[in-house]
Structure formats: C-alpha cells, structure tokens
Design a protein around this ligand. Structure first.
Ligand SMILES: Nc1ncnc2c1ncn2[C@@H]1O[C@H](COP(=O)(O)OP(=O)(O)OP(=O)(O)O)[C@@H](O)[C@H]1O
Ligand SMILES: [Mg+2]
Length: 315
C-alpha cells in the first residue's frame, strides 16, 4: 500500500504542499503525530482539522482494533531481523522485531560491533534473515567505524561498497540534536527504505548534559520524549530500533546485589521492549535476554572477530 497525502479526503494540492513544507511527507507521518504537533507545525491548520486528518490517516493505514488472533497473524507475517548470530537468533525466535531493543553493557563488550553487524544483516533479503533495507545510524560517541562494514559484509556475501552505501550515518552533537535526528529519521524511513534505526548510545549525551540529582527530572522527561518518539516510529513504520546503553556502577550496594545497573533508570527500562545484557570475560561475551514481553531469560556466548560478532563455537 503506497498512500499519498492527497489520497486523504479533503487534502488537495495546497494542503498537501503545506504539510510537506512542515516535514509531514507521508500518511504515516500524519498518523504518527498528535493533532497538537501537526497544528503547531503547519501554518493555518487548526487542531480540530489536524485531529481529523491524523484519525483518517490511522484508519487508512489499518491501525485499529484487532483480535489477539489477528494480532498474532500480523506479527507472524512480519519478517524478523537476524542478528547474524545463530544461537542468539534462536533465543529470539528468529531475530529482532519492531519495538526498541536495548543493548546494555560495559566498555568493550561488543555493543557497537553488534550494531555494525545489524547494519549489514538488515540489507540481506528475507530468506537470508534480513529486511532488504537500509540502516540509519545515529552515533553519539564518535565510535561509528565504517571500515568494519565491508569486513562484516564479506561474511554475509555482500559487496563491501554497496553495504557502505546502504548505511546512513550521522553524529548527534547533543541531546537536542539527537531528538531532531530521530524526528528526521522518519523522513528517511519511507524515502530511503530504512528498516533499522540505531542510536549508539541512547544515554551518553543525557548523562553528560544533565549531571547529578538536581537535573534528574529534566533529564528523564527529555529521555522519555525521545523514547516515545522511537516507539511511534517503530510501530507506525514497522522499523526495528536498536539503542545501546552503558551500565553504571553502584558504589554502595547490598551483598549479593549486582554492583551495576543500566543507565537511564525506569524510563529506559520500561520504554525498551527487549533488553539484552552483554558481559565480557576475556575473549567471550555473554549475551543475556534480560527482559522481554515474550522471551524467557536465557543466555548465549559469542566472540568478537574481524568478521563481526559470531557464535562462541563458530570456527
Ligand atoms: N577488527 C576487529 N577484530 C576483532 N575484534 C574487534 C575488532 N574491532 C573491534 N573488536 C573488538 O571489539 C571490542 C570493542 O567492542 P565495541 O566497540 O563494540 O564495545 P562497546 O560495547 O560498544 O563499548 P563502549 O561502551 O566503550 O562503546 C574491542 O575491545 C575488540 O575486542
Ligand atoms: Mg560502543
């Protein structure tokens, strides 16, 4: 289904142009925004009219009420994104799906390496575990390494140059910019066939810009808005979203308690659909499904190699 703005009742060329000028390029964009957001962006459009437009957009896209059976069939028909790691795909029952997947871990555990690998696997056709799409990579730590992409692509029998062309990468300089880039990503999703959005890392700028307890409320509010925009993007456009997150050491903790926890508190914990925890010991990284609405807690061992992240027992 490829609906245009002009396909909506009452949207003529002039209104469609006004919407496009405001960055609302597709019916999906309309469906994703609240009436207030649309009215604020589009000159001369009332909130009431924006409400009817957004409602009609959602109706046309089939965003409605389904039986659990229909829901299940819809989910089953959606291809999953292979992580490129056989044992992890098995634990995830096929791979990653729309929603936010959070990769949590300390320094050097392989979060960025796995993100780079997903930038490659997303390009594979569905029969090879991919989504035949592009990746949109928002780097906040200056650790995006394009030279790793051809090396990983080779393992999946993809041409290195084409693999590089299919990854759109950008650097977010601060939290405002990070938010702006997430909004911009929506425009690339349709235009460039983006099927995967990555933020590496979700929390780093927030931690440095809003230090201490006194800034906690403002930080969490902003982080919450960002996560909700990501959820909307994922649900309306059907893209897979992957974010990375650091762990914090807890200086005073009770005996037996894990002396570390993911950054971002409850907002991130509740906002992310699937949480994977990466822990490194010597040459191997243990990946644990920490939290998921549909998978049991389980772990697998992987290793970081020149060709990407592979099963620990891969030769
Ligand atoms: N070309 C390569 N060949 C083999 N291993 C590599 C290669 N490049 C990176 N690695 C491994 O990946 C590790 C870094 O992993 P990565 O950058 O994904 O960590 P991270 O979890 O993102 O850490 P941070 O929290 O610091 O961002 C290195 O310590 C190294 O062991
Ligand atoms: Mg990293």
């Amino acid at each position: 289904m490829n609906l245009k703005l002009e396909d909506l009742p009452g949207v003529g060329e002039a209104t469609a142009q006004k919407l496009r000028k405001a960055g609302i390029l597709s019916v999906e964009d309309l469906a994703a925004l609240s009436a207030r957001e649309i009215a604020q962006r589009v000159e001369g459009l009332s909130e009431d009219r924006a409400f009817s437009l957004a409602k009609e957009a959602r109706r046309r896209l089939g965003i409605g009420i389904y039986t659990a059976k229909q829901y299940l069939e819809k989910r089953r028909s959606q291809p999953k994104l292979s992580t490129g790691i056989r044992s992890l795909d098995e634990l995830l029952r096929g791979g990653l799906e729309p929603g936010i997947t959070e990769l949590i871990g300390g320094y050097g555990t392989g979060k960025t390496q796995l993100c780079l690998q997903l930038c490659v696997t997303v390009q594979l056709p569905p029969e090879k575990g991919g989504l035949s799409g592009k990746a949109f990579f928002i780097d906040t730590e200056h650790t995006f390494s394009p030279d790793r992409i051809p090396a990983i692509a080779q393992r999946f029998e993809l041409d290195g140059d084409s693999a590089l062309e299919n990854v759109l990468a950008t650097y977010a300089v601060n939290t405002d910019h990070q938010m702006e880039l997430v909004h911009e990503a929506a425009q690339y999703v349709k235009r460039e066939n983006v099927k995967l959005i990555i933020i590496d890392s979700l929390t780093a700028h927030f931690r440095s810009e809003f230090p201490g307890r006194e800034n906690l409320v403002a930080r969490q509010q902003k982080l919450n808005a960002l996560i909700h925009q990501l959820i909307r993007l994922s649900m309306i456009y059907g893209v897979v979203v992957v974010v990375t997150n650091q762990i914090l050491d807890i200086p005073e903790c009770f005996p037996g308690m894990k002396p570390s926890k993911p950054a971002g508190g409850n907002i991130v914990a509740h906002g992310c659909t699937f949480r994977l925890w990466l822990e490194r010991s010597k040459d191997l990284t243990k990946i644990t499904i920490l939290d998921s609405p549909k998978h049991p807690r389980a772990s697998t061992l992987v290793k970081l190699t020149e060709e990407g992240v592979v099963d620990a027992d891969a030769s």
